[in-house]
Design a protein around this ligand. Structure first.
Ligand code: GLU
Length: 449
């Protein structure tokens, strides 16, 4: 990695960005900011501007009432310089090609930040899965694999779960792939159920990894978990497992929210019964502590999602969707630290506002990498046929994150840049190096022998 000499940079001056909701603009802005600190070849810059391949499909699904519905879907393979592309599949009614492209770019950076031998990709289907029956969901999942079959594979592009997709869906997809291929190919998809070649530890991996990055930050800042209050926006798989493990580690979780609303308890809450309640009633609203059979003195106050974001806590965890904090609400944030578990939850405009207010951000491409790290471990197990205990998987996850997160913290300190810029420098530096090893620019410049 070639770091620009300090005097050539704008000395960590942040570039304000015009307000833009276009995710591709956000991505270009982030690259521009990183290039002020990192010198990479023209070849690499050009390669990183656009995805390598975008596949657009329409998926016909026979609905339970006999009608036919056609769903739009995409798979974007952004880059595969460092290995087969890797990334989840999202089912959401707001999915667009633009969003999937940005998410595939972030996967590219993420896999490289934690030094996995993978490039980045993402898939998405424009659907509200809650409106489908289980059988309709299965037909849609299998139909998607039939549509993208030629473009994926264990050495080519390896999907996984993302927003609104889970192990069951990955199991259907792996099965469909195997039926078409007429052989077992478990390494084509990760995040599968254990019985179909999934890995121990995959379900909680994103939350576990995020907690480890927070722990490293706390240790470096000489703070102890017991003294830190935490609010969690987003109570899906990653947000819940983070909250559960953080509570066990002694952090005080004072609030959690889902898309319908938030609950707050000044004395702190235990995420596990809250999760059980949510699964019984499908929402957090109306939560009474005794509902969750933990009858003690604690009381819940209901909050809106916006109110949760503005709580006076030490750590605000963003575990929902993109653009949760933008120029519109960044002034209202009162936490000292933001932990990004979702992909892209803080816009670049908000980044600048928060930095001016000395609010530190631990960025998505590092914080939520635990999921793809254990996906990598699953892929390795599938290919070798040697399956590991939960303890071994967790140790390997922890060792990798310890090494790569500390390298990011060190780079941020040495270069006097934000953790986001440091993580991008680490990720893009490695990709650029790989691009340069493959290309012939040096030959034309007379530098090669
Ligand atoms: N969807 C997850 C992410 O955004 C996991 C991807 C994977 O395991 O490939 O990181």
């Amino acid at each position: 990695m070639t770091i620009r000499p300090r005097e050539q940079t704008e000395n960590n001056k942040r570039q304000p960005m015009e307000d833009s909701s276009k995710i591709s603009d956000i991505q270009q802005h982030r690259l521009k900011t990183v290039y002020e600190h990192l010198e990479i070849s023209d070849d690499a810059r050009k390669r990183l501007i656009q995805p390598k391949q975008t596949v657009q499909v329409s998926i016909p699904v026979r609905m339970d009432d006999g009608s036919l519905r056609i769903f739009d879907g995409w798979r974007v393979q952004y880059d595969d310089t460092r290995g087969p592309s890797k990334g989840g599949i999202r089912f959401h009614e707001d999915v667009t090609i633009e969003e999937v492209t940005a998410l595939s770019f972030w996967m590219t950076i993420k896999c490289s930040v934690v030094d996995l031998p993978f490039g980045g990709a993402k898939g998405g289907i424009c659907v509200d899965p809650k409106t489908l029956s289980r059988l309709e969901l299965e037909r849609l999942s299998r139909g998607y694999v039939r549509a993208i079959y030629d473009f994926i594979g264990p050495d080519r592009d390896i999907p996984a779960p993302d927003v609104n997709t889970n192990a069951t869906i990955m199991g259907w997809m792996a099965d469909e792939y195997g039926q078409i291929a007429r052989r077992q190919v478990p390494a084509v998809i990760t995040g599968k159920p254990l019985g179909l070649g999934g890995s121990q530890g995959r379900v909680a991996a994103t939350g576990r990894g995020a907690l480890q990055v927070l722990d490293i930050w706390a240790k470096r800042s000489e703070k102890s978990p017991q003294d830190l209050t935490v609010a969690v926006q987003g109570f899906g798989n990653a947000g819940y497992h983070f909250a559960r493990l953080a509570h066990e580690a002694g952090y005080k979780i004072v609030a959690v929210s889902d898309s319908k609303g938030a609950i707050y308890s000044r004395d702190g809450l235990n995420p596990e019964p809250v999760w059980n309640h949510k699964h019984k009633t499908r929402e957090l609203k109306g939560m009474v502590y005794c509902d969750a059979s933990v009858c003690d003195e604690a009381d819940f106050t209901e909050l809106t999602n916006e109110e949760l974001l503005e709580l006076d806590v030490d750590v605000l965890v963003l575990a929902a969707l993109e653009n949760a904090v933008t120029k519109k609400n960044a002034e209202g944030i009162r936490s000292a630290l933001i932990l990004e578990i979702a992909n892209g939850p803080v816009s670049p405009e908000a980044d600048s506002i928060l930095a001016d207010r000395d609010i530190e951000i631990l960025p998505d491409v590092l914080v939520n990498s635990g999921g793809v790290i254990v996906s990598y471990l699953e892929w390795v197990q599938n290919r070798s046929g040697d399956y590991w205990s939960e303890e071994i998987v967790e140790t390997r996850l922890a060792q990798r994150l310890e090494r790569e997160a500390n390298a990011c913290f060190q780079l941020a300190e040495d270069e006097n840049v934000s953790m986001r810029i440091a993580a991008y420098m680490q990720g893009i530096g490695r990709i650029a190096e790989a691009i340069d090893h493959r290309e012939t620019q040096k030959y034309f410049n007379g530098q090669s022998n």
